[in-house]
Design a binder for this molecule. Structure first.
Ligand code: GAR
Length: 199
C-alpha cells in the first residue's frame, strides 16, 4: 500500500475530493494516512478528523531557520512512512531538502493552465484575479510534479475551464475547482499510486 500525505493550508476542498475518491475506491493501491497542515486554523484539519485521518500541524512560523522547518517536514513524513506527498492548497514553499527526500513523489495542484498565472505570488484567489484582469477567455487547473522551481515541475494533467463574462474571482475559483481540480487531483493520485506500487 502506498502511504499518502496530503499537505494543506486552508479549506481543504481538494483534500475532501481525495477522501471522497478514496472512499469510492478510486485509488485501491494508496491510502491517505496523514494530513499535514501549515496552520492550526485550516478547516482541512476538521475534514481529516471527520474521516479519522491522523493530522499534524507544522507551521513555518515556529522555526527561525528555514532548514529546521524543512527538516521537521521530512521527519514528520518519514516517521509516518509516507511514499507520496500531495500538495492540496498547501501555501508554504517546500525547500530543496524536502524535494530531494521525495524525488518525483511530490505532486501539486495549481488553479491555472501552467505556464500562465503561476510561480511565486500566484496562489488561491490571486490566480483567478490575475486571469480575469488579463482578460483570458480560458483558464483551468494543472497537476504537476514538484521541483525547486515554484509551479515548474513536469506537468501530469491539465483541464481547461471557460471564463464567463460575469465571472468574479470567487465564481471562477469555484468553477475551476468543480470542473477541474476535484477531478484532476484524484485522477493524478490514482495514476501515481498505481505507478509507485509497481516499482
Ligand atoms: C485550490 O484552488 C488550489 O488549487 C490552490 O489553493 C486552493 C486551495 O483550496 N492552490 C494554489 O494556489 C497553489 N499555488 P482548498 O484548500 O479548498 O483545496
Amino acid at each position: 500500500m502506498i502511504n499518502i500525505a496530503v499537505l494543506v493550508s486552508g479549506g481543504g476542498t481538494n483534500l475532501q475530493a481525495l477522501i471522497d475518491a478514496q472512499n469510492a475506491g478510486a485509488f485501491p493501491k494508496g491510502k491517505i494516512t496523514l494530513v499535514l497542515a501549515s496552520n492550526a486554523k485550516a478547516y482541512a484539519l476538521e475534514r481529516a478528523k471527520n474521516h479519522g485521518i491522523e493530522s499534524v500541524v507544522v507551521s513555518r512560523k515556529s522555526f527561525a531557520d528555514p532548514a529546521d522547518y524543512d527538516q521537521a517536514i521530512i521527519d514528520t513524513l518519514k516517521s509516518h512512512n509516507i511514499d507520496l506527498v500531495v500538495l492540496a492548497g498547501f501555501l508554504s514553499i517546500l525547500g530543496k531538502p524536502v524535494i530531494d527526500a521525495y524525488p518525483e513523489r511530490i505532486v501539486n495542484i495549481h488553479p491555472s493552465l501552467i505556464p500562465s498565472f503561476c510561480g511565486a505570488g500566484f496562489y488561491g484567489l490571486k490566480v483567478h484575479e490575475a486571469a480575469l484582469s488579463y482578460g483570458v477567455k480560458v483558464t483551468g487547473a494543472t497537476v504537476h510534479l514538484v521541483n525547486e522551481i515554484p509551479d515548474g515541475g513536469r506537468i501530469l494533467l491539465q483541464k481547461a475551464v471557460d471564463i464567463l463574462p460575469q465571472d468574479t474571482p470567487e465564481t471562477l475559483q469555484r468553477r475551476v475547482m468543480e470542473e477541474a481540480e476535484w477531478k484532476l487531483l484524484p485522477q493524478a493520485v490514482a495514476m501515481l499510486t498505481e505507478q509507485l506500487s509497481e516499482e
